[in-house]
Design a protein around this ligand. Structure first.
Ligand code: TXA
Ligand code: MG
Length: 349
């Protein structure tokens, strides 16, 4: 299949956007696959009500069939079409956080094919904020099922070129809307569980949710408390994720001196083997800077650049990526969630 590219400048006004995106909406309507930017990461979209189109998403991504898809809506009011027995809280959360990077797990309405939900009677809904995503959904006039637009297991795409690297020739269209804003995927909040549970941390943090949901909890905390296996609430969580082909080592350093010592150790071993090392850290040390040292000042910069950096380092034939762990607060929780999944090894120094 030949993949078409559509580049859209950030300065395009809404009326022009509608004209430019009309052909993309037609692709969705006739059952094709369109990669498009959202405020989190690029999504690979298809008509959620068209089983053949949804099946094509799984094929293009080589996604396991037991990992359900998020359904993207143009308007919060569409929620009642695709979910049922909606708790009042869902409306309040939607009013506060939609459009935006919050995904709600609700009871599924019958119109949503079981293929989308991987056989589950729950469905995940989200109203994205990106103007391209919004216009596309409005023009297509159907709910859009969209996982991240990467091959399963690879880092999520935050730029159109990342989508191209994984899916060129496998999908109909890639809309290039520039780099995404947040860089990590949406917060997935399960409202069917009691108490409400964050299955995947994201830009909307537990601290953001607590004023509306005082009893909200993190699935990761529940796992730490309970040794017995929890019901599989988010099937995607069990798969290896976000991994470049380079080896990723996540280093929790108590101070800069310990960090520098550990990094130097890895660098000298790699040098003996003639292997390239890349570093992603808040600390500017060790000096002199390696050609592949990406210094990121805070959690928001980590979120924004991490996935693309993984892909770049991999392309530059880097064997080993050393990443400095950051505090698990605010957006740092989402960043650390992705890092611990991507890491081949985690060490404390
Ligand atoms: O920011 C995002 O959420 C991006 C953009 C494109 O919207 N999408 C995204 O989709 O990250 P994906 O498919 O890569 O991740 C969806 C996650 C998976 O971990 C999946 O298992 C979980 O949501 N999920 C989907 N439906 C679910 C359901 N009914 N119950 C529990 N978890 C569900
Ligand atoms: Mg994904």
């Amino acid at each position: 299949m030949k993949t078409t590219y559509l580049k859209i400048s950030q300065t395009t006004n809404p009326a022009e956007l509608d004209v430019l995106l009309q052909p993309a909406a037609e692709v969705i309507k006739r059952g094709g696959l369109v990669a498009f930017p959202t405020e989190t990461v690029y999504g690979l979209g298809a008509n959620a009500l068209d089983e053949a189109a949804v099946r094509a998403i799984f094929d293009a991504k080589q996604r396991p069939a037991d990992n359900p898809l998020i359904v993207h809506l143009a308007e919060a009011t569409d929620m009642s079409k695709y979910a049922r027995q909606i708790p009042e809280m869902a409306g309040q959360l939607a009013a506060k956080f939609w459009p935006g990077p919050l995904t709600l797990v609700l009871e599924k309405a019958d119109v949503i094919p079981l293929l989308v939900t991987a056989g589950s009677n729950t469905v995940t809904l989200r109203v994205p904020k990106h103007p391209i995503a919004q216009a596309l959904m409005r023009l297509a006039g159907v709910p859009i099922a969209a996982p991240s637009a990467n091959t399963s297991g690879r880092p999520s795409p935050t730029m159109a070129e990342d989508v191209r690297a994984d899916l060129d020739g496998k999908i109909d269209l890639i809309i290039d809307g520039g780099p995404t804003d947040v860089g990590v995927e949406s917060t997935v909040l399960d409202l069917v569980l009691d108490p409400p549970t964050i299955l995947r941390p994201g830009k909307i943090t537990i601290e953001d949710l607590r004023p509306l949901l005082p009893n909200v909890q993190l699935l990761s905390d529940m796992k730490k408390i309970s040794q017995e296996s929890l019901p599989v609430r988010s099937p995607g969580l069990k798969y290896k994720h976000y991994s470049p082909n380079s080896t990723v080592v996540l280093i929790h350093a108590k101070d800069e001196a310990s960090w520098v010592a550990k990094v130097n150790e890895f660098v000298s071993i790699a040098a003996q083997k003639n292997q390239q090392v890349a570093i992603i850290s808040q600390f500017a040390e060790p000096q002199p800077l390696s050609a592949h040292h990406l210094i990121l000042s805070d959690a928001s910069n980590y979120a924004h650049q991490l996935f693309h950096a993984f892909r770049q380092f991999e392309q530059q034939q880097v064997s080993l990526i050393l990443v400095q762990a950051i505090p698990e607060t605010g957006l740092g929780r989402a960043v650390m969630d992705r890092l611990t999944r991507a890491a081949d090894e985690e060490i404390w120094v």
